[in-house]
Design a protein around this ligand. Structure first.
Ligand code: HEC
Ligand SMILES: [Cu+2]
Length: 334
C-alpha cells in the first residue's frame, strides 16, 4: 500500500515538474512583466512555505510533549510552560503580521509596476478571440491603417507593446505565460495588457478560459524577434498577397472560401475566418492544431471537422485536383 502511494506521489511530482519546463512556462520569463510576476510568485511561495514549516514544527513538538507528559506518572504540567507558550504565540503573531504586510506591499507594488504606462510610445496590437482561433491586427507604420493576420503573434524585442484584447463570441483568455499573466477577452469590452519582450525566440500561448469544444486546440505561438527582423516581417504582412493568379485562386474567389476568408489583393474578402493573405508565412494551421505542411493543408481543407471537430469551417467539397490547386496557391502566400 505505501509503495503504491509512494509511486503515485512520485509520478505526480514528476508530471508537475515536467510541466514547469519547456516552451510554455511561467518559470522562463521572457518579458519585464513576466519577470516581475515570477519574483512576486516566488516571494509568495517562500513566505507560505516558511509559515507551513513553522506550523508543522510546533505541531510535532506538541505531539512529542504530550507523549512525554502522559508518560510521567503525576501528569502535572511544568509552570514554566505557560510563559513559554505565551512568548511563542506572540512571536508567531508577529511573524504572521509581518508576513501579511510584506506580501500586501509586494503585490501592491507589482500591480503598480505592471500598470505603469510605457516610457516610449508602444506598438499597438489588437487581438480578438474567436471559437477557436485568434484574429490579430497591427497598424501599418506608413499608412496608419490596421492590417490583419491570424494565429501567430510577432513582437519586437525590447520595445513596449500594448495589446488590446477582446472577443467576438464567448469569453476567451489571452495567456502567453512567458510574456505575462492571463487576461480575459470579453465580448463588448477591451482589456489592455502591456508587455516589453526581453527574450528573442518562440514561446507558446494558449487560450486560458474554457470556450467550448476546441478550447484545447486554441494555441497562440508567439515569436519575439530583433526590431529589424520584426519590421521586415510587418512590412511583408502589410503587402497584399504576393502569389500570382492561378486556378487555385480562382477556386477560392468563386467558391465558398471567399465568403469566410480574406486574401488581400484578391476578390476574397470574407471576415468569418482567419485572414489568409500571408498564410504560408505561419508555422502552424488552425491555431496550432497541425503544422503547416502540404499534406496538412490538403487534409485541413478537405476535412476540417476530422482534424478539429466543431471548428467553424465546413469541408470544401473540392475534388482531389481542385484541392491540389488550392493548396498550391495557399503555399505561395508567403
Ligand atoms: C463558413 C466559413 C468558412 C468557409 C466557407 C471556409 N473557411 Fe477556412 N476557416 C474558417 C474558420 C472559422 C477557420 C478557423 C478554424 C479554427 O481554427 O478553429 C478557418 C481556417 C482555415 C485555415 C487555417 C488558417 C490559419 O490561420 O491557420 C485555412 C488554410 C482555411 N481555413 C482555408 C479555407 C479554404 C481554402 C476554404 C475553401 C475551400 C475555406 N477555408 C472555407 C471558416 C471558413
Ligand atoms: Cu478557450
Amino acid at each position: 500500500m505505501t509503495r503504491v502511494l509512494l509511486r503515485l506521489g512520485l509520478a505526480t511530482a514528476l508530471t508537475a515538474v515536467a510541466g514547469c519546463a519547456g516552451e510554455q512556462s511561467v518559470l522562463a520569463p521572457g518579458s519585464d512583466q513576466a519577470r516581475d510576476l515570477l519574483v512576486l510568485g516566488v516571494l509568495l511561495t517562500l513566505t507560505c512555505a516558511l509559515a507551513y514549516l513553522v506550523v508543522l514544527t510546533f505541531l510535532s513538538a506538541a505531539l512529542a510533549r504530550r507523549r512525554r507528559t502522559a508518560a510521567a506518572a503525576d501528569g502535572a504540567g511544568d509552570p514554566g510552560d505557560d510563559a513559554r507558550l505565551a512568548r511563542g504565540l506572540k512571536l508567531w503573531i508577529g511573524f504572521v503580521g509581518a508576513g501579511v504586510c510584506l506580501l500586501s506591499v509586494a503585490s501592491f507594488t507589482a500591480d503598480r509596476v505592471l500598470a505603469r504606462p510605457a516610457a516610449s510610445p508602444p506598438l499597438d496590437v489588437r487581438i480578438t478571440g474567436h471559437q477557436w482561433w485568434w484574429r490579430i491586427a497591427y497598424r501599418d507604420p506608413t499608412s496608419g491603417q490596421w492590417i490583419e493576420t491570424a494565429n501567430e503573434l510577432h513582437l519586437p524585442l525590447g520595445r513596449p507593446v500594448r495589446l488590446e484584447l477582446t472577443s467576438a463570441d464567448v469569453i476567451h483568455s489571452f495567456w502567453v505565460p512567458g510574456l505575462h499573466g492571463k487576461l480575459d477577452m470579453i465580448p463588448g469590452r477591451t482589456n489592455v495588457l502591456a508587455i516589453t519582450p526581453q527574450k528573442a525566440g518562440w514561446t507558446r500561448g494558449q487560450c486560458g478560459e474554457f470556450c467550448g469544444l476546441q478550447h484545447a486546440q486554441m494555441a497562440l505561438w508567439t515569436k519575439v524577434e530583433a526590431p529589424g527582423a520584426f519590421d521586415a516581417w510587418l512590412a511583408n504582412q502589410v503587402r497584399p498577397a504576393q502569389a500570382p493568379a492561378s486556378p487555385g485562386l480562382q477556386l477560392i474567389e468563386t467558391g465558398p472560401c471567399a465568403a469566410c476568408h480574406t486574401v488581400r489583393g484578391t476578390r476574397a474578402a470574407g471576415r468569418a475566418g482567419p485572414d489568409l493573405t500571408h498564410l504560408a508565412a505561419r508555422r502552424d494551421l488552425a491555431a496550432g492544431t497541425l503544422p503547416f505542411t502540404r499534406g496538412g493543408l490538403a487534409g485541413w481543407i478537405s476535412q476540417p471537422q476530422a482534424l478539429k471537430p466543431g471548428a467553424e469551417m465546413p469541408p470544401s467539397g473540392l475534388d482531389g485536383q481542385q484541392t491540389q490547386q488550392v493548396v498550391a496557391y495557399l503555399e505561395a502566400l508567403k
